[in-house]
Structures are given as structure tokens and as C-alpha cells.
Design a protein around this ligand. Structure first.
Ligand code: HEC
Length: 183
């Protein structure tokens, strides 16, 4: 039925001039939504490139992770119930402001027995590698907190509190290096 055929031929796109092996091509206009996506992604990639690669404003996932972990660490350490571990105490021993606070505490309370250079005297040397209850940072904290009253070292826990004790221990550790097997 020729009439039906006529109705299906609604406004056909023009045919392009070339033919390849008898194959012809419509000269179709790209749909607007398609063009919009193309141009939008070009603009997006440019803005992305500037923001993340060039300006230094945008942070990579690694940087964001590091920032977030550092924040969590700070919050954790600020909590009163937080107990310092060996790693944290070693880290504190490299922190200049912590060490100088610790030094002030040391000069005020410890220097009379342990000497100006931590070399010992009435108390033991704090720079040698022999320790009464162990040389791990947490052992030293325990020693300073609980003392060794029978041998003439009083418990400093209640007098100084945890913060000052970890600072003074950081100051002592600042004179030491992490033993090779622990690092
Ligand atoms: C009155 C003297 C005296 C004062 C003050 C003193 N200590 Fe001691 N300290 C000692 C004596 C004595 C010992 C040895 C205890 C033992 O043999 O059990 C000692 C041991 C120690 C040890 C263990 C050393 C080791 O080799 O194992 C540490 C750490 C220490 N003192 C830190 C401190 C800190 C920190 C302060 C200041 C807050 C301090 N001491 C104040 C007398 C003192």
C-alpha cells in the first residue's frame, strides 16, 4: 500500500554526499542533550584540573585522610582517659615544645637527684641504658608515676599529673633513641 509508506517518511534528514561501498550516511544533527553533556564535561574537567592540580586548594584523598587522622589523633589525646603508648611518647620526645615543658618540670622537681645532665647522683642516671623496671617509654612513665619509695624516689603521679609526667618523660626520651629492634 503506497499511501502507508508515504506517511512513514516523516521529514528525513538529508543524505551526505559521499558513499562508501554503497553505504550512505544521514547528515544528522547531534542531539542537544548530547552536546550539552560533552561541553559540560569539558568545562568540568577544566575546573577540576585547575582546582585539584594547579591551585593547591583542592586536597587529594590521601591529604584529606591524613588531615582527618591527625584530627582524630588530637581529639583522642585530649581525652582525660587517654593512656599514652610507647609510640606516642617517642613522638612527643621529638616535639620541641613538649620537650621544653618537660625540661622545666625536670629542673623544678628532678634535677636535684638526677643531675643537670641527667647523669644521676642521688638518683640513677637517666641517660644510660640500664633501667630499674625497663626502658620502654611506658615503663618510664610508670616509674615516675609510682616512684620507688623504698629506694628514695617518691611517686610523682599525684603531684605532677599525667600531662606533666608524659612531658618530663618525653624530655628524658629526647636523650635516647628508639632501640633498633623496636623501630
Ligand atoms: C629525692 C631524689 C629524687 C628525685 C627528686 C627524683 N628522683 Fe627519680 N629516682 C631517684 C632514685 C633514688 C631512683 C632509683 C630508684 C630505684 O632504684 O628503684 C630514681 C629512679 C628514677 C627513674 C628510673 C631510672 C632507671 O634507671 O630505671 C626515673 C625514670 C626517674 N627516677 C625519674 C625521675 C623524674 C622524672 C623525677 C622528677 C619528676 C625524679 N625522678 C625525681 C631519686 C629521685
Amino acid at each position: 500500500m503506497p499511501n502507508d509508506n508515504k506517511q512513514n517518511e516523516v521529514k528525513e534528514d538529508p543524505i551526505r554526499e559521499h558513499t562508501f561501498d554503497g553505504i550512505e550516511e544521514y547528515d544528522k544533527k547531534l542531539p542537544n542533550w548530547w552536546l550539552f553533556t560533552l561541553y559540560a564535561s569539558i568545562v568540568f574537567s577544566f575546573v577540576y584540573w585547575i582546582y585539584y592540580e594547579q591551585s593547591g586548594i583542592g586536597k587529594s584523598s590521601e591529604e584529606n585522610l591524613a588531615i582527618e587522622l591527625a584530627r582524630i589523633e588530637t581529639v583522642k589525646r585530649a581525652s582525660p582517659s587517654y593512656v599514652m603508648g610507647d609510640t606516642e611518647l617517642w613522638e612527643m620526645s621529638w616535639d620541641k615544645s613538649v620537650v621544653s615543658n618537660g625540661k622545666a618540670t625536670y629542673i623544678a622537681f628532678c634535677v636535684s637527684c638526677h643531675g643537670a645532665n641527667l647523669e644521676g647522683g642521688i638518683g640513677l642516671s637517666l641517660v644510660d641504658d640500664t633501667w630499674v623496671i625497663g626502658g620502654n617509654p611506658t615503663d618510664i612513665v610508670k616509674m615516675v608515676t609510682d616512684g620507688s619509695p623504698a629506694k628514695g624516689m617518691m611517686p610523682w603521679g599525684t603531684i605532677l599529673g599525667d600531662k606533666k609526667i608524659s612531658e618530663v618523660v618525653a624530655f628524658i626520651l629526647n636523650h635516647h633513641e628508639i632501640p633498633a629492634e623496636e623501630s
